[in-house]
Design a protein around this ligand. Structure first.
Ligand SMILES: Nc1ncnc2c1ncn2[C@@H]1O[C@H](COP(=O)(O)OP(=O)(O)OP(=O)(O)O)[C@@H](O)[C@H]1O
Length: 238
């Protein structure tokens, strides 16, 4: 069964068609890169998947729950890391996580254990008592990732999560999220950077609101480096 399924999803801003009949299905234990140049429609798709936007055309199904008919159940299985950081810099890492847990109605019983486990997975266990303001950008992002796992979602959505990070921090996050996918999570990672995509990843290429390619990266790119393939298909002049 698909953990995340999108069927014929379309969206327009007035006359501007931002998404045009987008369809794909992702199973568990998948790292899927959603690659598209600026303006391709990635943010619009993320907004529809998280119900910030609603479309009357098409369907989104998370862990078997239809986003339009059962939004609370669908959203309960979705973890999200947005492009813009959403943490309180004055609180410690643990306080930020407790605050998020309270907002989501997670039971207090066993919460610290959940927080420790989530931080451990991201290599952040020893930073639980540090103020978010004192963390570097990469560690802040990892904290947001740990937080997105607290309610044990089956699908994790990340919208260009490496924006503003240096190369080492980017590589660390890319690695951690691949580990999460290997352990069973269905991950959708949006990016416009081909070097964040691995050959064995599931790749969706979005261009001008349409899916250009859907499959395993190494099959899609053939003999070409992915960056060359991507540039040739999206007509971006380097
Ligand atoms: N509020 C809006 N009103 C009108 N057009 C919009 C609006 N938001 C986005 N668009 C247009 O819809 C298309 C898709 O935009 P979207 O932001 O989803 O792309 P993106 O792939 O996320 O790009 P980026 O990487 O630059 O964030 C673009 O042509 C954009 O100009």
């Amino acid at each position: 069964m698909a953990e995340l399924e999108v069927r014929d999803l379309s969206f327009r801003y007035g006359a501007k068609q931002a998404l045009d009949k987008v369809s794909f299905a992702l199973p568990e234990a998948t790292f899927c890169a959603l690659l598209g140049p600026n303006g391709a429609g990635k943010s619009t798709l993320v907004s529809l998947l998280t119900r910030l936007l609603v479309s009357s055309e098409g369907q989104v199904v998370v862990a078997g729950h239809d986003m339009a008919r059962a939004p609370r159940r669908a959203l309960a299985h979705l973890g999200v890391v947005f492009q813009q950081p959403t943490l309180d810099l004055n609180l410690t890492v643990r306080q930020n996580m407790r605050y998020f847990a309270a907002l989501h109605g997670l039971p207090r019983k066993g919460l610290d254990g959940r927080i420790d486990a989530a931080l451990e997975r991201l290599g952040m266990a020893e930073r639980a008592g540090e103020k978010a303001a004192d963390l570097n950008g990469g560690h802040r992002r990892r904290m947001e990732l740990a937080r997105a796992l607290l309610h044990r979602p089956r699908v994790l959505l990340l919208d260009e999560p490496t924006v503003g990070l240096d190369a080492a921090a980017r590589a660390a996050i890319v690695g951690h999220v691949h580990d999460l996918a290997r352990d069973g999570l269905c991950v959708l990672w949006t990016t416009h950077l081909t070097d964040e995509v691995r050959d064995g990843d599931h790749l969706l290429v979005l261009h001008r609101g349409r899916i250009l390619a859907d499959g395993v990266t190494r099959h899609i790119r053939g003999e070409m480096p992915l960056s060359d393939w991507f540039l040739s298909r999206t007509e971006v002049v380097a």
